[in-house]
Structure formats: C-alpha cells, structure tokens
Design a protein around this ligand. Structure first.
Ligand code: ATP
Ligand code: MG
Length: 432
C-alpha cells in the first residue's frame, strides 16, 4: 500500500499540560512533507493506555498510517506499546534477542547488570518489527496488519526520535510513498495589512492552480506561503517559481525576502553593497533596532553604534535635537524624529541614521497622540525621509512593529537610491 498521508499522535501528560512544547510533532511534519507525505492530522493524548489505544484506532480507521512518539520507555508511565498491541489484538512477549542486546550494552557501558525495569523495553507486541535506536536503548516499534495499515512508534526524547526517524523510519517510508513531494515557498511582506494583501491577490487573474496559498500574519508582517502537493519535485519547483514571481510582481516592494529572511539582515546587506555605515537614535524601541542588527554576524562592518535617547535631555544633548522643537511639537513628532536621525548620523560619522520615537503604552497616550503613535525617520547622506505611524497592539508588539517599520523605511529608501543611481548611470552611458 502506497503511503501518501499519515496521522501523528504525540503522547505525554507534559505536552497537554504545556510544560513541554511538541517539537516532535513539528519535526515529523516537516520531514514527512519533504518526502511527499502529507500529515492529515496531529493529535496529542495523555500517557494513558485507553487514550492511546482510542487515538490509534481512530487514526488507523481514518488514514491507515500512524506515527506515535513517546511512552516507549521503561517506566510505569509508558503505556504505548501495550496499548497498540490491544488495538492490533496481539499479546505482549519478551524479545529475547533485544534483551540480550540491552544486557550486553549495559555491561559494556556501565559495568552493571541491567535494571529490572529496563527489561520492559524488551517486551514488544507479537509480530512487531523493531526500529533501531542508535541513540538510546528503547527500540521503536512497527506494527502492520494484513490490510497494510500500520503504526510506527518512536521514542519521546527528541534526539532519539529524530535519529530513529532519519536512520530507520524515513528510508522505510520513502520506499512506500512514490515520488510526489510537498514543497513550500514563503514570501515575507511587511507594512501592508493582511486584508489589503488579500484584496490585491484575489484580484489576480487565474489564481494559483494546484497550489495552496496561506496568509501567515505576525508582528513583523504577513508571510505568504505557497504549497504544492502531489506533484513531482521538478513540477512543484516550477509551479512555485512561477507563482512566487507573479506574487512579487503584484505586491512589489512590500516583499522583503523569502523563506526565513530577516529584514535586519536585508538592510545590512543593502548598506554593505552601497558602502554605507549606519547609526541609530532610538527612543521607544530602547535599542531593539540595534539589537536586531547586531544579532547578525558580521554586522560590525555596517553598524557604527547609536544612542538610546529615551529621555528628552538625551535627545537634545547627545543627538542635537532643538529643545524648542521638543517643547513646541513634543518628543513624538516629525521635527524631532528627523533631527534624531540626522543627529545619529552626524554624531557617529555614519552615512545612514535611523530614528524612532513613539508612545508604546500602556500609559502616556493622549487624544491627539494615542498609544501607538510612532514617528520613524531615515537620513541617508543628508536626504531625510520621515513617516508617522499608528500602530496597534500591546507595548511589546508596538515596540517590535516600530523596529520593523524603521528597518523597512531604511530598506525602501536604499532601494529607491539604488534604482535612481542605476538609472543615472544608464543615462550617463547613453550620453557617452
Ligand atoms: P523514556 O525512555 O525517556 O521514558 P519515552 O520514549 O518513554 O522515553 P517519554 O517518556 O514520553 O518518551 O518522553 C521523554 C521526554 O521526551 C519527555 O520528558 C519530554 O521532555 C520529551 N518529549 C516527549 N514527547 C515530546 C514531544 N512530542 N516533543 C518534544 N519533547 C518531547
Ligand atoms: Mg517515558
């Protein structure tokens, strides 16, 4: 039976209580997708024989292909194998061969006899096939019935699970899955609302036949993920390439990258290519922009430094903002943010100065300047662009959106400068 869909059952009280995040489920889903196997459903159940048996039975009836993780260990809270034996109507029996292997392993490693509780790891459902564990002592279990429906049981410990998946289970599944793949491509956008993006995209002629388009909004913007299912690898690549190209044409400058691109890294690269060094004047973001830029290895050839100009005095004394403008317009205002950007540049000798000032809340808002009022500016060699924003969200979100917004302003200004310079040099070339 060809396997194109599976269900995943992760087992553990700690997962349901939220103490452990289900990274196994996520890892399995990604690896399976890359091999063209679609995860039809993911479920988490307690460490409880009946709960496990119930979930496995349902998944077998629905999809006929099930991967579980967890509950394979030697302790009294590990019930998975016995539960699956019940579902398949099999008895449990001691696997002498595995017991002998474990005894030898313990002697060699720990110079002690095997603890009695570890014997439980060698008790397997009758007819089970063992999946080799190169990172621990509990074997994985493969059970299949006469209709070709199967359950693969992997350990809960993430390192053991990943090892067994890569070494043993994936090779087995690849042989059963044919040659289709599930492939995705993600375009990252910022500065345009999800609903507006949707309006633009809905108006595109022809849509995206054979592909799924998902809108994934986050604090930093909206990711657009295209997914191809059930195509061969080459056809999927071509369909995704073409769709990504059409989307970029439609959405234009709001797309700042693909995959897991970081806008801070995009800005760094643009500065580096233009031989520009960059400095910051940050008020409401308190260093977030500098933090994002300097988190990237190699940022020191672009980032000069900056001033966390939180208090108005610092804006005036260190960034050279005119106190009369602070008094007349307030610290969150266009004249002040422009002078902050210019000051960050001149005080450090950088080519580019970026500045942010805003009201992150929850207090400090007024009717004229509510929480979320933010001014950003970019000064590139004396040419200053400033933008006023009304951001939403809690304090943390407003700060993060402000940081993303000023980075995006820098990107757009640098992009416009690039285009201008290349058209200037084209004009010069045509004159010559
Ligand atoms: P052991 O032999 O250690 O008992 P096991 O196969 O029985 O392993 P569990 O007891 O269910 O697995 O889980 C072992 C540990 O692995 C848990 O304490 C938890 O930290 C981690 N773990 C279990 N399931 C997951 C999961 N789905 N995602 C991430 N971590 C997990
Ligand atoms: Mg356990």
């Amino acid at each position: 039976v060809r396997t194109t869909k599976v269900e995943i059952i992760t087992i553990g009280d700690e997962l349901l209580l939220g103490f452990t995040i289900d990274t196994n489920g996520a890892h399995l889903a990604r690896e399976l997708a890359a091999a063209g196997i679609e995860v039809a459903r993911r479920v988490t159940v307690r460490d409880d024989g009946e709960a496990i048996a119930g979930a496995v039975r349902e998944a077998l009836d629905r999809t006929g292909a099930v991967i579980t993780t967890g509950g394979l260990g030697p302790t009294s809270d590990d019930h998975s194998k016995a539960a699956v034996a019940v579902v398949f109507g099999r008895d449990m029996r001691l696997d002498e061969e595995h017991l002998a292997w474990m005894e030898a392993r313990w002697q060699a490693r720990f110079k002690r006899p095997l603890p009695a509780s570890n014997r439980a790891q060698a008790i397997l459902p009758e007819g089970a096939r063992k999946l080799t564990n190169n990172h621990g002592s509990a074997p994985g279990v493969w059970m299949e019935d006469d209709r070709g429906r199967w359950v693969a049981m992997l350990p809960g410990v993430p390192r053991e699970m990943r090892g067994m998946l890569a070494d043993t289970l994936m090779p087995l599944l690849r042989g059963r899955s044919g040659d289709s793949v599930v492939q995705s491509r993600t375009l990252r956008t910022t500065g345009v609302a999800e609903s507006l993006l949707a309006d633009w995209i809905d108006a595109m002629e022809g849509g995206f036949p054979g592909l799924d388009l998902a809108y994934l909004p986050g604090v930093d913007g909206v990711d657009l993920r295209l997914t191809a299912r059930g195509l061969g690898a080459t056809a999927a690549d071509e369909a995704l390439d073409q769709a990504a190209r059409r989307l970029k044409e439609r959405i234009g400058v709001a797309v700042y990258g693909e995959g897991d691109a970081d806008l801070a890294a995009v800005v760094l690269d643009m500065c580096r290519h233009a031989d520009l060094r960059l400095a910051l004047g940050e008020s409401c973001t308190g260093g977030l922009v500098g933090g994002r830029l300097t988190a990237i290895p190699g940022s020191s050839d672009v980032v000069v430094g900056g001033v966390i100009a939180y208090d108005d005095d610092v804006k005036v004394t260190l960034l050279g903002v005119d106190p009369a403008d602070v008094a007349a317009h307030g610290a969150v205002s266009e004249p002040v943010v422009r002078q902050m950007a210019a000051g960050a540049r001149s005080v450090t000798g950088a080519h580019v100065g970026l500045a942010v000032t805003g009201i992150a809340g929850p207090t400090g808002g007024t009717p004229e300047k509510p929480v979320g009022t933010v001014w950003i500016a970019a000064d590139v060699e004396g040419a200053i662009r400033s933008v006023g924003l009304r951001l939403w969200g809690d304090r943390d979100e407003i700060r993060r959106r402000s940081a993303q917004a000023v980075l995006d302003l820098a990107r757009r200004v640098l992009l416009a400068r690039q285009t201008e310079q290349s058209s200037n040099s084209a004009a010069e070339a045509s004159r010559a």
